[in-house]
Write a protein that binds this ligand. Structure first.
Ligand code: SF4
Ligand code: SF4
Length: 163
């Protein structure tokens, strides 16, 4: 464990500087010195009157893989919400009054959030997740065509090389 300081909460009263046995809290940048915070002893955490310091784990356990049936159901949910969002947008575009257009736009925004929730839960909103990588590789293999647009092969390859 290591201590980290939330600079937005820190009121700079320096209590943590007096309790830290290694001087890890006394830095020019305001960040706690990772190398000096040897044992995560939490003296600074307990002393800080602003609750600006917390301990974080050095290593986090691997994210457990989602059951395929659950991931598939979430993907279906995402696609359904995406289709409904397109319908709501079309409704907004053809609405007979500004008030109706406003309601349809709000509905579209709400459906987008639901679709994103589905994508996140299915593991597609984390760039480095295996699901995202597999999805991008599938896109590269299939090169789906989008009307009037060139497939962004170079960009996709660069993105994959960064993940
Ligand atoms: S004790 Fe808390 S509020 Fe005070 S300087 Fe340290 S981190 Fe900031
Ligand atoms: S956890 Fe302990 S060693 Fe680490 S910064 Fe806080 S007081 Fe210092």
């Amino acid at each position: 464990m290591h201590a980290v300081r939330n600079l937005r909460l820190c009121t700079k009263d320096c209590v943590c500087l007096f309790v830290c046995p290694t001087g890890a809290t006394d830095t020019e940048t305001g960040q706690i010195d990772f190398e000096k915070c040897l044992d995560g002893c939490r003296r600074c955490v307990d002393a800080c009157p602003s609750h600006a310091i917390s301990l974080v784990m050095d290593n986090y356990p691997a994210r457990p893989a989602k059951d395929k049936a659950v991931a598939d159901a979430l993907l279906n949910f995402m696609e359904q919400k995406h289709r409904e969002e397109a319908l709501a947008k079309a409704l907004a575009a053809s609405a007979s009054t500004p008030a109706r257009a406003k309601v349809a736009k709000a509905l579209a925004a709400s459906l987008r959030i639901l679709a994103e929730d589905g994508a996140r839960e299915a593991g597609y909103m984390i760039p480095q997740s295996t699901e995202s990588k597999a999805f991008l590789e599938k896109l590269l293999a299939q090169r789906p065509s989008v009307a009037g647009k060139q497939f962004p092969e170079a960009e996709l390859k660069e993105l994959l090389s960064l993940l």
